[in-house]
Design a protein around this ligand. Structure first.
Ligand code: AMP
Ligand code: MG
Ligand code: MG
Length: 436
């Protein structure tokens, strides 16, 4: 194992480590809490390491005691990675061959590393090609979502009621995503939340043909290596968190593109168009994508605190049953925010332990991409009984039995078992029974 740097300390604008060993090359990533704010400070030390590093820009609004520091030790062709919170070591990854992709953006859970065989090919498998295009398409859709917000003309209509809105951004982003994927992969089944028809003329610049090179280079699980076009179903939520979009909770908004092969969610893209919107000086928006069993680019998994039980649930679609089930989980804190994609991001970033949503409200386009990415990073998402969702194109759109997800797969059963059976049994017909 490489020598481990330890005991990180924050002083005014200064980060230092007491026990850093000399003669090693390090990449340092500093991640500042709270909220989504993110500074990446990269510094490479070489042979002459000085045991302190100066971080040049530390705005007052960040809580430095919660800063996360990642150190990648990179001598020769291998690396070790260490995550610290203050002076506490959160996580380390063993020495291994340095991947071709940037280490900070590549996550992979241990059980997946060990038991799935991967294949790389000079002619990328269909899964990689679809994912690589979906990444670029989501970036365009995200830009459209931002432009429409900037124009102030949201064009809001009610679909089934006040709780179920659609804006010009939902319509335009969907037209961009569906038209692009269908143009690039003729015959591909693409199912979007906003229906089967286009909502207007599609400008030529909305048809995105590019493919993200990192996605193209990702390995493919053996099980989907030979998948044919007709085996794929793409689940598109062009704007998840519409209610929050109309109310200005912009970081709750995501663009979701889930990729299923037969009935399994295998890959996905979560694009967060307004990431960092409260901090205009930082880069705006982010795109995460991944393949279950392979890894994830664009985000780093953080484990949630050990001594807490933070539950996240809906902000705008709450019910009595949701409150009861949430309380049954004995939460130390409840975070009510919008968007299925956004809540799964909270799990990945260690800001919540469980996403509890015992309501037939989410649909397959809400869960496909978040599930694939969460599973790729060692979490677990199922319905409220613990059953896996199916994602083939003929499946029912509604997740009748709600959603239960945990940041750590091994903790899923614990949350499940605390919700009494009689509460779980009410989920599917909750709205019907309320009307009676
Ligand atoms: P939320 O956590 O409330 O943002 O919901 C996550 C996703 O499920 C969003 O796409 C919502 O639009 C959808 N959703 C949840 N509950 C309902 C509901 N009662 N009616 C319509 N859509 C819902
Ligand atoms: Mg949605
Ligand atoms: Mg939506």
């Amino acid at each position: 194992m490489h020598p481990r740097p330890s005991l990180w300390h924050w002083g005014a604008g200064k980060l230092s480590s007491k026990a850093m060993t000399t003669n090693m090359k390090c990449n340092l990533t500093v991640r500042l809490a709270p909220r989504n704010a993110f500074i990446e400070y990269n510094k490479v030390w070489d042979m002459h390491f000085s045991p302190s590093a100066h971080v040049h820009w530390l705005p007052d609004k960040f809580n430095l005691s919660k800063a996360k520091v990642t150190v990648n030790v990179v001598p020769g062709g291998s690396y070790s990675s260490y995550d610290y919170m203050g002076d506490q070591l959160l996580r380390w990854q063993e020495e291994r061959k340095q991947p071709k992709v940037p280490t900070r953006a590549f996550g992979q859970s241990d059980h997946q590393k060990s038991n799935r065989s991967l294949a790389m090919s000079s002619n990328p498998p269909l899964l990689s090609q679809i994912l690589a295009n979906a990444v670029c398409v989501s970036n365009k859709a995200s830009a459209i979502v931002r432009e429409i917000m900037a124009s102030g003309q949201l064009g809001v209509v009610e679909k089934t009621g006040l709780d179920d809105l659609q804006t010009k951004a939902d319509r335009s982003a969907q037209d961009c995503i569906v038209s692009s994927l269908k143009a690039n992969f003729p015959g591909l089944a693409v199912i979007g939340e906003e229906g089967d028809e286009l909502h207007g003329d599609v400008p030529a610049e909305w048809i995105v043909k590019d493919q993200d090179p990192r996605a193209l280079q990702m390995g493919t699980p053996e099980s989907v290596l030979k998948a044919k076009l007709e085996d794929f179903t793409i689940w598109v939520d062009p704007l998840d968190g519409t209610k929050e979009y109309t109310e200005g909770f912009l970081d709750h908004v995501t663009v979701l593109v889930g990729i299923a092969v037969k009935d399994k969610a295998v890959a996905g893209v979560i694009n967060q168009p307004f990431y960092n919107y409260q901090y205009p000086e930082l880069p705006q928006g982010r795109t995460l994508f991944g393949i279950d069993g392979v890894g994830v680019h664009g985000i780093e998994r953080v484990l949630p605190p050990k001594d807490a039980r933070i539950v996240t649930t809906s902000r705008s679609h709450g019910t009595g049953l949701i409150n009861d089930c949430t309380q049954a989980c004995e939460p130390s804190e409840v975070i009510r925010v919008g968007g299925a994609g956004h809540k799964v991001l909270l799990l990945i970033e260690g800001r919540a332990h469980a996403y509890v949503f015992p309501s037939p409200g989410t649909k397959k386009w809400d869960t496909c991409a978040p599930q694939a990415i969460l599973h790729a990073l060692g979490g677990k998402l199922t319905d409220i009984h613990g059953a896996e969702f199916k994602y083939h194109k003929d499946v029912g759109r509604v997740n009748d039995w709600g959603t239960l997800a945990t940041s750590v797969a091994e903790e899923h059963q614990d949350y499940l078992s605390r919700i009494p059976q009689d509460m779980r049994d009410q989920v599917k017909d909750y709205f019907k029974n309320k009307k009676k």
